[in-house]
Design a protein around this ligand. Structure first.
Ligand SMILES: [Zn+2]
Length: 70
């Protein structure tokens, strides 16, 4: 579980403004769309942690927690 280990580190030791800034960046990443590797259209969105799906062709694949590729 790649996603899990990072979370412990991020939220464990230091909790403050830096973390908040980081979360904002991650949320931006989360709502962005990415190019589909199958149909090539920019329509890939995160449907769950580590799960990505293209809204045009329905292509669903596992990727990073915050972006399709790590
Ligand atoms: Zn597609």
């Amino acid at each position: 579980m790649r996603a899990g280990e990072g979370t412990t580190k991020r939220f464990g030791a230091r909790y403050g403004a830096r973390l908040r800034k980081r979360v904002e960046e991650l949320e931006k990443t989360q709502y962005a769309t990415y190019q589909c590797s199958r149909c090539g259209r920019v329509a890939v969105r995160r449907v769950a942690v580590g799960i990505w799906q293209c809204r045009k062709c329905g292509h669903k694949f596992a990727g990073g927690a915050w972006a399709p590729t790590v």
